[in-house]
Design a protein around this ligand. Sequence first.
Ligand code: IPE
Ligand code: IPE
Ligand code: MG
Length: 244
Amino acid sequence: MDTLNPIPQHVAIIMDGNGRWAKQQGLMRVKGHEIGAQRAEEIMKAAQDKGIRFLTLYAFSKENWRRPKMEIEFLMGLLSSYLDSRLEKIVQNNIVFNVIGEIQDLPDSLQKKLIKTMEASKNNTGLVVTFALSYSSRREILLACRKIATQAAQGELKPSEISEETISGNLYTANMPDPDLLIRTSGEYRISNFLLWQISYAELYITSKFWPDFTREEFDKAIEDYQKRERRFGHTCAAGGGNP
Ligand code: IPE
Ligand code: IPE
Ligand code: MG
């Protein structure tokens, strides 16, 4: 292909491999989460520098509640102290902080901090950073179906009027474009219940690097790789021309 794709507007990341990274270093799993959190910060800066508009980070899934209590408490504490120490920087750096998922599942004090950070940054105009917390894509779709069914039952919408836009518009991601690029670290070839509807035409980038080793340089490599991909969306060539 002669021309490169523009920088992706929306990058979504499954930040995986903190535990295996720690094990490899002979450390406790939680140490992997601690370094992983620093990496998330570095990748936010890298995304901002590249002019990416939306960065969506899978930080805690609905299924992750099955982990040991001590690990869950550590992760919640990590997020809480991250928000305490970074709130001002997020606002100063023109970042819009956003959360998707069932935040009512999270500890009350953490919910308050998340809401405070979203409020404080809502008028910013730069990179939109979305943390997926207690997130399940199937639950997100199910909740959207319930909302749409309620509207239909109340006569506000005919079943024949339900479109793809109706569904997209009732997801947590209603105000975002679909991801152009989905990155997964740690070499697993699976989606783990992340943004199932939204990634229908995303380019996938899977690296064997564990999340704590996913530096700005690795992120740059992923973006460069994306820029060389030929996105066809079902057409015969990237420009969308040609006969069917
Ligand atoms: C990703 O790393 C962080 C979370 C899911 C919270 P993991 O904790 O899943 O690390 P591995 O996959 O066990 O190495
Ligand atoms: C996916 O990682 C969820 C997050 C990165 C938050 P997991 O480690 O939970 O996924 P599986 O269990 O390997 O599919
Ligand atoms: Mg994992």
